[in-house]
Design a protein around this ligand. Structure first.
Ligand code: NAD
Length: 363
């Protein structure tokens, strides 16, 4: 009986694939927790600890399989390392993935079990809000661990989205100055894909500065809020790539910049909040060839991370906001360097982040 069980598990192990992928991404460690009582199935992928404790959101979403969840956690943690490094934060990158069951019988108990898991790691990993989790969830997790951000007590309501939007606005200002030679956003036309958390706050930031906005969303309620409150123009979801504007701001999904969509773009700048915007690394080069200035996603969308990390590390909110504003100068340096070296902006950003990742933080 025992022998046949052993055979079963060896035949069905996902660990070979995991180790290969982890090696490819230069990991790190992957911690797993199963809690029978609450149904918690959690993966915490810790990519890098060289610059300090690893930080990253906790997502609670459904996955077609455990392998998909594992892959997602590793890929996202890797990207968080780049984001933290390019933003000069004293942190490595990590991600927690909670595989959403069909039913969570007791959400409080479920999140408490996750909080205890984070606490057991002794501060190697600091958790935060992400897809499928809320400030209220972080408050519950805080009852079990000190290694949590985005709580009600962490300042300004806990939601990082307004700071992500602030960083994107600063990034757009840097791109407009570099590409269009303009000091203000007055009259600049921005086509925003997605009117969710970041899209809404970004639209507010841009509207205040006189930008002209066109938005789309599959969710009509989210889009209506932007129309009613901010008076934005709208377009059909698929038409967003064809809008003649100055800027395309992807704030909805990953992989939206691909061979098909880049061909259609009629803008001179791409700058938005979405993670993993390029379907393939080489598409950054394609935009360069087309004369489109691309603000690398993990640089321009780091505002939320910068804000939560800075407030977690006990700096005041004023300091945290000024660090978010620095996205302007970080991006300007990347644009200048890419122009000098005649290469894609994402390539420059990745090289800088990679070098920093291998250098311990001075803080
Ligand atoms: P969100 O879920 O609140 O909003 C996303 C919006 O996009 C939703 O309104 C959704 O209906 C819409 N959408 C989905 N598919 C679409 C499509 N095909 N076309 C148009 N709209 C579509 O998410 P968010 O927090 O606003 O984040 C937006 C993006 O920015 C995501 O890629 C996220 O990973 C990234 N990001 C967010 C933060 C943050 O602080 N929230 C930080 C960094 C990166």
């Amino acid at each position: 009986m025992k022998n046949s069980l052993l055979k079963e598990s060896i035949h069905h192990t996902a660990l070979d694939g995991l180790f290969r992928y982890a090696d490819f991404l230069n990991f790190g460690e992957v911690c797993v927790k199963f809690d029978h009582d609450t149904g918690l199935k959690a993966i915490i992928a810790i990519h890098n600890l060289k610059r300090g404790p690893a930080i990253g959101g906790c997502r609670l979403v459904s996955y077609p399989s455990t392998d998909h969840a594992l892959e997602d956690s590793l890929r996202l943690a890797y990207m968080m390392s780049f984001k933290a490094a390019i933003s000069n934060l004293p942190h490595g990158g990590a991600k927690a993935v909670l595989i959403k069951p069909n039913v969570i019988k007791n959400r409080r108990a479920y999140l408490e079990a996750f909080g205890r898991f984070v606490e057991e790691l002794g501060g190697k990993y600091i958790t935060a809000m992400d897809s499928g989790t809320s400030v209220e969830d972080m408050d519950i997790i805080e009852t079990q661990t000190q290694y949590v951000t985005c709580t009600t007590s962490s300042g300004n309501g806990g939601d990082p989205s307004p700071y992500t939007a602030l960083g994107v606005r600063r990034g757009i200002e840097a791109a407009v100055k570099f590409k269009l030679g303009k000091d203000t956003l007055e009259g600049v036309h921005v086509a925003i894909q997605g009117a969710g958390h970041v899209g809404y706050f970004l639209a507010k930031e841009l509207k205040k500065r006189g930008a002209q906005l066109t938005m789309c969303d599959v969710n009509q309620d989210n889009l209506r809020r932007c129309v009613e409150e901010l008076g934005v123009a709208t377009c059909a979801v698929e038409a967003i790539y064809d809008i003649k504007a100055d800027i395309f701001a992807p704030c909805a999904l990953g992989a939206v910049l691909n061979l098909h969509t880049i061909k259609r773009l009629q803008v001179s700048i791409v700058a938005g909040s979405a993670n993993n915007q390029l379907a393939h690394h080489q598409h950054g080069g394609l935009m360069q060839e087309k004369g489109i200035l691309y603000a690398p996603d993990f640089v321009i969308n780091a505002g939320g991370l910068i804000y939560v990390a800075e407030t977690y590390n006990n700096k005041n909110t004023h300091h945290a906001i000024s660090q978010v504003e620095n996205i302007y100068s970080t991006l300007t340096a990347i644009f200048e360097s890419a122009a000098q070296q005649e290469c894609a902006t994402n390539q420059i950003a990745e090289t800088i982040a990679w070098e920093r990742l291998n250098t311990p933080s001075i803080e």
